[in-house]
Design a protein around this ligand. Structure first.
Ligand SMILES: NC(=O)c1ccc[n+]([C@@H]2O[C@H](COP(=O)([O-])OP(=O)(O)OC[C@H]3O[C@@H](n4cnc5c(N)ncnc54)[C@H](OP(=O)(O)O)[C@@H]3O)[C@@H](O)[C@H]2O)c1
Length: 479
């Protein structure tokens, strides 16, 4: 579903939207609508009946009654949707509605079951797509400036791995498997034909998800699906959270938790002093007093956090706290300044990572169904471009700070190499030059913008970025 994130889709229709994956897709688009207020997406949720969960979203979503097996209902829905989208057409049609009769092999599968399954899972998407095609074609024409994509015009058929002929080793859920194999062929035929009008068609396997259809034993919850699509660590800890970028990280996660229908992230702020700004957030955020240069306090913090996060462990550790003194050159940088800087910016980060390693490991284990990422288990170290050895040609400022960040980059690499065996990644980020007390008021970036750029990096980080030193846009910085 990552594909959906990259494009500002103007209108989307989801069938079978009152529960399970359909409802979750609708919630995802509601979230996008709230985030991109200036370019709101028109969300059309279709189902045979309206239920309370969908009803709660009606401030953001249009509802159109649709039984995909009933031709009259489809015709009426096309009229209703035409009125909603107008001349702009429909950008994205998601054929999600489906049925599954459980546990029947070939001989146990009645004609009626086979017929009903085909009606909903194959004929349904066929009829719905054909009837909505003029609206999709209109969107493709109207958006000729956009590359062929889900943002221009597309059909997504929610299929299933169970429809893979190659991978089929038993006959369990025969009718469903046969219907999804047929749906995959329908998708292929649609794709071959629709491309001439610049309309895409593709199938997606959503994973095995605990819904009415997926059953209670499925390994993924619908929230886990969101974790796959979006950046949603179960828990996050931020050091130096009372001001500057640390505070802005806390605010980001608080805003994130306020969106409807999401599984909230447990937010743990750590700082050695409290600020009024952080205090305002304490209803939604845990707080632990910790000076990262004090090993005893770091150890204490780890045992307190362990009680907060329980068996889930800690998903993401953001080592943000740092100091920057103004000693100029080697001669102007006192030994005391050097010690203090290394104590916080380098040894502090090491102490935090070492003491929180067991909790990170726990998260990597309990979230084993997730790919290696910041949602599963990760350490993000806030470094600085000033720590690039290759990029240093002058040394008239911040000697200790530069040295501490160069050391931090090596610490990041060593941590990355060691912890990957536990499925934990570690990387350094440069936030850009941001307006904080460290960055100064003349910095070109607001703290909020810098944090948004870093969140995008965290969203995209996988095993491939383990040990990397990154800046905005996932660009690597020279060590
Ligand atoms: N802003 C930029 O342009 C920029 C550029 C490159 C890199 N960075 C990096 O981004 C991170 C955040 O910087 P910022 O701009 O937000 O700086 P900031 O506004 O000066 O905030 C620094 C934070 O670190 C905390 N801190 C310092 N020493 C600590 C210690 N021993 N224990 C616990 N907390 C401690 C401070 O807490 P107190 O209030 O208790 O002092 C404060 O919360 C740093 O790692 C910095 O090197 C910033």
């Amino acid at each position: 579903m990552r594909i959906l994130q990259q494009f500002p889709i103007k209108s989307v229709l989801v069938t079978g939207a009152n529960r399970g994956i359909g409802l979750e897709l609708v919630k995802y688009f509601v979230k996008q609508k709230i985030k991109h207020k200036k370019k709101p997406v028109k969300i059309i949720s279709c189902s045979r009946s309206l239920n309370t969960e969908l009803e709660q979203l009606l401030d953001f979503v249009s509802y159109v009654e649709l039984d995909v097996t009933n031709r009259n209902s489809v015709n009426k829905a096309v009229k209703d949707v035409s009125e909603i989208v107008g001349d702009a057409g429909l950008n994205l049609l998601i054929n999600n509605a489906a049925v599954l009769y459980r546990g029947r092999g070939v001989l146990g599968c009645t004609d009626q079951e086979m017929g009903e399954t085909f009606n909903v899972n194959v004929l349904g998407p066929h009829t719905v797509t054909n009837n909505f095609y003029p609206l999709l074609k209109l969107a493709a024409m109207n958006n000729s400036h956009i590359p062929i994509s889900c943002a221009r015009a597309a059909v997504i058929n929610i299929s299933s791995e169970l429809g893979s002929i190659q991978r089929t080793l038993n006959s369990y859920t025969t009718a469903y498997r046969v219907s999804k194999a047929a749906l995959n062929m329908l998708t292929k035929c649609q794709a071959a034909e629709f491309i001439q009008d610049d309309v895409l068609s593709l199938s997606i396997h959503p994973g095995w998800v605990r819904t009415g259809l997926g059953g209670p034993q499925a390994p993924l919850s619908v929230q886990d699906m969101k974790v796959l699509q979006q950046f949603l660590p179960r828990s996050v800890l931020i050091t130096g959270a009372n001001r500057g970028l640390g505070l802005e990280f806390v605010k980001y996660f608080v805003r994130h938790n306020q969106q409807p229908g999401i599984q909230p992230t447990t937010i743990i702020s750590c700082s050695r002093t409290m600020s009024a700004d952080l205090e305002h957030l304490l209803e939604d955020v845990h707080h632990i007093n910790v000076d990262v240069s004090n090993e005893g306090q770091v150890k204490d913090a780890a045992s307190k956090v362990s009680k907060i996060v329980g068996k889930d462990g800690l998903s993401l550790l953001i080592n943000n706290a740092a100091i920057m003194r103004h000693g100029k050159g080697i001669a102007g940088c006192s030994v005391r300044e050097m010690k203090e800087t290394l104590d916080t910016n380098l040894i502090g980060v090491h102490a935090m990572t070492q003491n929180f390693h067991p909790l990170l490991k726990q998260s990597a284990e309990t979230q084993a169904h997730l790919p290696i990422s910041c949602s599963r288990a990760a350490v993000c170290n806030l470094s600085a471009e000033l720590g690039s050895i290759k990029g240093t040609n002058r040394n008239n400022l911040y000697t200790a700070y530069k040295i501490s960040k160069a050391g931090l980059n090596m610490l990041t690499k060593c941590t990355a190499v060691d912890l990957i065996k536990d499925n934990i990644i570690c990387f350094s980020v440069h936030p850009g030059w941001a307006q904080t007390s460290l960055g100064g008021p003349q910095a070109p970036l607001s703290a909020e913008a810098a944090v948004e750029d870093m969140i995008k990096i965290m969203e995209a980080c996988t095993k491939k970025q383990n040990g990397a030193f990154l800046r905005k846009g996932m660009n690597s910085i020279m060590f």
